[in-house]
Design a protein around this ligand. Sequence first.
Ligand SMILES: [Zn+2]
Length: 300
Amino acid sequence: MIPLDVFGSESVAADLLQQVRWRNGVTCLRCRSDLTVRNGSYGHFQRYLCKDCDRTFNDKTGTIFAHSKIALRRWLFSIYAFLRFNTSLRQLQCEIEVTHKTIHRRIERFARALDAPSLDLVGPVEIDEVYVSAGKKGRERDQESRSRGLSTRGRGTYDGDKPPDGDKPPVFILADRGTGQRYVIPAKAADESTIRLLLAVGQEESLTVFTDGFRAYEPLEEDDAFTREYVVHGDGEYADDEIHVNTCESHASLTRRWLSPHRGISKDKLTQYLRAFQLRRELYRKPGRDALKHAIQATL
Ligand SMILES: [Zn+2]
């Protein structure tokens, strides 16, 4: 259920922020003391005074929502529509009657505040990379994953080590079959050290990793920390029982769909849009109000 009350009233929106922000009690932003008292208000927002250091602050101080000229309820609606409905920012501009530039700045501010997903791999783990167009508009199609885009048929002629061109940064997709978690992580390069970094989770037992035939995964075979199994697409051998990266591939297509209303985002903003995608998945099945609270909490 969409939390319409929050989007319709600034004081309800302020109450929601207050609940999430101080869920563990009000503490002073300067000295962390919990000896605080209510001290008037700042618009719709509660103000507080720290009895230890005399500082005053309000519910928005120190959050991304501070010093904002746009009403909190509008900002929360934008975040909600962006995450839940994959709404383009141009469309949002029409819905809440603020300029496109303002919406852009708010949404990107929100997305920048999100943390990188922390990987907690149990395994077996599927890993695959895709190259998504960043900074390109129009009908130009995203390239399929490198393994099909660049490889020629047959072993030995595999040409998968070519670096992608500059507008298509590699994005790694990990699907942990042990936990059901999916991760979408942009990287600077699709090379061995990046792959090791992604899979380095310090587990005690060897981590089973399913990949395709890309050469950058080969060193995993020499390493006792991993058991690598792979499928070679070029050989027409797509899924050998459990050895496949199909989950990654379907998640990659969801990722593309997520990015598609935001065509024209630059390469350096890809990370924040993908973090928002990760968050979208976390709150996918939550009721509206809980989803919104979760989204606010993710920025604190
Ligand atoms: Zn204080």
